[in-house]
Design a protein around this ligand. Structure first.
Ligand code: ADP
Ligand code: ADP
Length: 226
């Protein structure tokens, strides 16, 4: 577990466009932080800078108190769940979940133990041998979650993980994510357009607008204000 601290973070793309202008935001150890805001306000860019998929133009990013600006994604110990799940089509569900452990050369018996634990939590046991193409949207989503929880990450990052699901499944997965985060107590940053997700999942909600933090508040303060 780790705090995530952003200090005057700026992201300027090659064409000179500033997608993130000057964001300072502290996310506490174990906190569930929601990022909301209109399309194009910089949510994904911010998330990608936290994971290390995007260079930071200026400012400092600290995870667990340590500067990570120059650290490669694989050295940051974070788990990210993407909107499109980003599963490997040629790999079984088992190997998709195991993937981060394979990267870190975890011994086979430990991989087996951890994949089975993740499959227990997410009720994926009967699907472990299947390929992603043969799964429903909700099952794919679970596999992506399994890959995120299979190792001891310092934080979870979610980029609109439920936006491709129908309303019923979205409700189920929302409950599941809330349960998982409470159980694991891991620092979480969660991008969404969905007000119900922001209301029910977040300890705090950060509203971004044109690359700037407009407001940071509890869901209650944000949605019940006059
Ligand atoms: P959001 O996730 O809030 O929809 P993004 O972080 O994806 O917003 O994008 C923020 C802004 O940065 C948008 O205007 C987008 O067009 C721009 N942008 C994103 N990625 C790039 C890129 N690789 N090159 C140039 N501009 C980009
Ligand atoms: P999202 O669904 O998060 O809004 P987009 O569909 O806007 O994402 O962008 C998908 C990918 O394209 C991202 O990797 C983003 O960085 C990149 N991208 C977005 N806007 C631009 C842009 N104006 N120029 C170049 N790349 C972009």
């Amino acid at each position: 577990m780790s705090s995530i601290e952003m200090d005057h973070i700026v992201k300027e793309y090659g064409d000179g466009f500033q997608a993130v202008n000057d964001v300072s935001l502290d996310i506490a150890d174990g906190e569930f932080m929601i990022l909301v805001g209109p399309s194009g306000c910089g949510k994904s860019t911010l998330l990608r800078m936290i994971v290390g998929l995007e260079d930071i133009t200026s400012g400092e990013m600290r995870i667990g108190g340590a500067r990570v600006n120059e650290k490669a994604p694989r050295d940051r110990n974070l788990s990210m769940v993407f909107q499109n799940y980003a599963l490997y089509p040629h790999l079984s569900v088992y190997e998709n979940i195991a993937f981060p452990l394979r990267l870190s050369k975890t011994p086979n018996d430990e991989v087996e133990k951890r994949v089975n634990q993740a499959a227990d939590v997410l009720e994926l046991h009967e699907h472990l041998k299947r390929k992603p193409a043969n799964l429903s949207g909700g099952q794919r989503q679970r596999v992506a979650m399994g890959r995120a929880i299979v190792r001891d990450a310092d934080a979870f990052l979610f980029d609109e993980p439920l936006s491709n699901l129908d309303a019923k499944l979205r409700g189920q997965m929302r409950t599941e994510i809330a349960r998982l985060q409470r159980r694991l107590g891991i620092t979480t940053v969660y991008v969404t357009h969905d007000q119900t997700e922001a209301m029910t999942l977040g300890d705090r909600v950060c509203v971004l607008r044109k690359g700037l933090v407009q407001q940071v508040a509890s869901p209650r303060e944000l949605y019940e204000q006059p």
